[in-house]
Write a protein that binds this ligand. Structure first.
Ligand code: URA
Length: 268
C-alpha cells in the first residue's frame, strides 16, 4: 500500500517469529522453574509486556538483517517506501521555507539503519546539494561516525526541518511543527533502535522538553521505542573543540549499548 512500510507485508512471516518467541519464553520460564525459581509468577499484563518487549527486540534484530529468527526472509524498508515521503517533501509548501529553499533535504543513509542521527536543518551547502550534513559540520559528523566504527552509509541522517532556514537561523516553532510529521514518518519506517539528536533543536523538539542541551545529553531517553541520546551539534563542536571529549562520551554510551567496539582498540 502506498506510504506504508513494506515490513507490514511480512505479517505472516512475523507470526513464525511470534511462535518462536513464545516458545523461547516458555522455555526460559521452564528453565527457571527447574532451577528452583518456581515463584516466577507471570500475570496477564507481565506476560503481554514481556511478549511485546521480546517481539520488539526480535523485530528490530531480525528485520535489520532481513531475516526472522527462524531464518525466513522478512521484507525490509525499501528506499521506495521512503521515496513516497520524499516526493511529498519535494512539493511541500506548508511553511515559508518552501519559498526560499534551493532544494529540499530529505535524509540519507541506510533505510534499515540501527542508528539515526537527527540534526536541526540544512545549511547553505546542504540546500545546494539536497543532502544533510555535507558542509564543515558534516565532515565532522562523518569523523564522529567513523570513530564509532561505522560508515556514513551504515546510519541514517535527517533533520528536524527539510528546508534551509535563511541565514542559518534556528527553525521557528511553526516551521518545525509543519515539518516534523515527515520526520516522524521516516522514523516509523526506518525504526532505528537508537537516535542521536545533534544539538538542542532536535533534542528539545523531539523530547518536547525545554532544558538546555547540557542537561539533556549524556543519558538515554525513551523516545518512540528508541534509545535516544542527545549530544552537542557538530557546528558547536567546531566552535568549541574542548566539548568534543564530552560528545565522544555520549557516542561511546551509544556504542556500548549497540555492542560496538572502539575501532582504535580502546575499551568503550
Ligand atoms: N546542520 C544541521 O543541523 N543539519 C545539516 O544537515 C547540516 C548542518
Amino acid at each position: 500500500m502506498e506510504g506504508q512500510p513494506d515490513r507490514g507485508t511480512a505479517r505472516g512471516v512475523m507470526s513464525v517469529a511470534y511462535i518462536q518467541a513464545l516458545r523461547n519464553l516458555a522455555l526460559k520460564l521452564e528453565t527457571l522453574k527447574i532451577h528452583g525459581h518456581d515463584k516466577v509468577a507471570v500475570t496477564g499484563d507481565d506476560w503481554k509486556n514481556q511478549m511485546r518487549a521480546k517481539l520488539n527486540e526480535l523485530n528490530k534484530k531480525t528485520a535489520a538483517k532481513g531475516k526472522t529468527s527462524s531464518g525466513v526472509a522478512v521484507a525490509q524498508v525499501s528506499d521506495k517506501s521512503l521515496d513516497s515521503i520524499r516526493a511529498e517533501v519535494e512539493n511541500c509548501q506548508k511553511c515559508a521555507l518552501g519559498k526560499t529553499r534551493t532544494n529540499t533535504v530529505f535524509g540519507v543513509g541506510d533505510p534499515d539503519a540501527r542508528l539515526m542521527f537527527i540534526g536541526e536543518g540544512p545549511g547553505a551547502a546542504e540546500d545546494l546539494q539536497g543532502e544533510p550534513f555535507v558542509g564543515r559540520a558534516g565532515k565532522l559528523l562523518n569523523d564522529m561516525i567513523q570513530a564509532m566504527g561505522l560508515k556514513r552509509s551504515d546510519v541514517y541522517i535527517a533533520n528536524i526541518v527539510k528546508c534551509r532556514p535563511p541565514g542559518n537561523r534556528d527553525p521557528l516553532p511553526e516551521e518545525s511543527a509543519q515539518c516534523m510529521p515527515y520526520l516522524m514518518r521516516q522514523l516509523k519506517m526506518i525504526r532505528p533502535e537508537y537516535v542521536c539528536a545533534l544539538g538542542a533543536v532536535p533534542a528539545k523538539n523531539l523530547l518536547e522538553r525545554n532544558e538546555p542541551i547540557g542537561k539533556l545529553r549524556s543519558s538515554f531517553h525513551d523516545f518512540m521505542g528508541t534509545q535516544f541520546m542527545a549530544t552537542y551539534h557538530p557546528s558547536y563542536l567546531l566552535r568549541n573543540p574542548a566539548a568534543k571529549a564530552e560528545s565522544w562520551k555520549d557516542l561511546k554510551m551509544i556504542m556500548d549499548k549497540m555492542g560496538l567496539k572502539d575501532p582504535r582498540g580502546k575499551n568503550v
